[in-house]
Design a protein around this ligand. Structure first.
Ligand SMILES: Cc1cc2nc3c(=O)[nH]c(=O)nc-3n(C[C@H](O)[C@H](O)[C@H](O)COP(=O)(O)OP(=O)(O)OC[C@H]3O[C@@H](n4cnc5c(N)ncnc54)[C@H](O)[C@@H]3O)c2cc1C
Length: 212
């Protein structure tokens, strides 16, 4: 979470910001996009960033409190606009834009059905786990399906294995009546697009964002 002094730029749930490292003159030396996880109503911007040891993440891992970073944005068209039948598919840190969306849905108590499919490696990789449980309790229209791709721990009550069309249909037989947002590694985005096509989801109802 990066506290900002002053005004938070207004943004829609699903958008991203560019973060910049700056040189001594304030010019950008590294710039990368990151999806915003916080609700637009929050007094801060929150990001979930996988520290992959690259140019940006290598420096972010060592960032000190008080260090000044630049932000630019918002940007991106994968936004949520209060659609009442909304299904989200996240892979890894692709959960970020959907946290923003689900937080808004719960804050506004929007009426409808909202289903999140969240694919991640292990139970320890589930981000926002407690908050996702709390969101489901707070808002009865929200349902979260987590699938673990690299383990099947004892007592785990979620799904295991890669997301496929059978898993989607099991939890959301009315898939074709929903709007869909998919965010994560390009391989997952393509696989889910194919699954949704098998489930007769109209491609016009899909918003896709692949990265990682
Ligand atoms: C619209 C958009 C939104 C994004 N939102 C997020 C977000 O919310 N959280 C987030 O963590 N990232 C997000 N990314 C990815 C992010 O912008 C960077 O690409 C990522 O943090 C790596 O940057 P880097 O400078 O550290 O790595 P680079 O120096 O660019 O790459 C270094 C090496 O790391 C590899 N690498 C890069 N990314 C990954 C990865 N995810 N896993 C494994 N290896 C990798 C590269 O292939 C390369 O070999 C987003 C990207 C886009 C386009």
């Amino acid at each position: 979470m990066i506290p900002l002094e002053g005004v938070i730029p207004s943004y829609s749930p699903g958008q991203f910001m560019f973060l910049h490292f700056l040189d001594a003159q304030g010019a950008s030396v590294i710039r990368r996009p990151y999806s915003i996880a916080s609700s637009p109503n929050s007094p801060y911007l929150e990001f979930a960033i996988d520290m992959v040891g690259g140019q940006m993440t290598g420096r972010l891992a060592k960032v000190q409190a008080g260090e000044i970073l630049g932000i630019e944005g918002p940007a991106g068209h994968m936004v949520y606009r209060n659609e009442p039948h909304a299904a989200f598919v996240a892979g890894g840190t692709g959960i970020s834009p959907f946290m923003s969306m689900l937080r808004v849905i719960a804050e506004k108590n929007l009426q409808g059905r909202f289903v999140l499919f969240y694919s991640t490696r292990t139970k320890d990789h589930v981000l926002f786990s407690d908050e996702l449980d709390a969101l489901q309790k707070k808002h009865t229209g929200i349902k979260v399906v987590v699938t673990l791709t690299r383990e099947a721990p004892d007592g785990w009550r979620g799904e295991c294995g890669r997301l496929n069309h059978e898993m989607i249909a099991k939890h959301l037989p009315e898939a074709k009546d929903f709007d869909w947002w998919v965010c994560g590694p390009p391989g997952l985005v393509k696989a889910v697009r194919d699954c949704l096509s098998m489930l007769s989801v109209d491609p016009k109802r899909l918003r896709l964002e692949g990265w990682g």
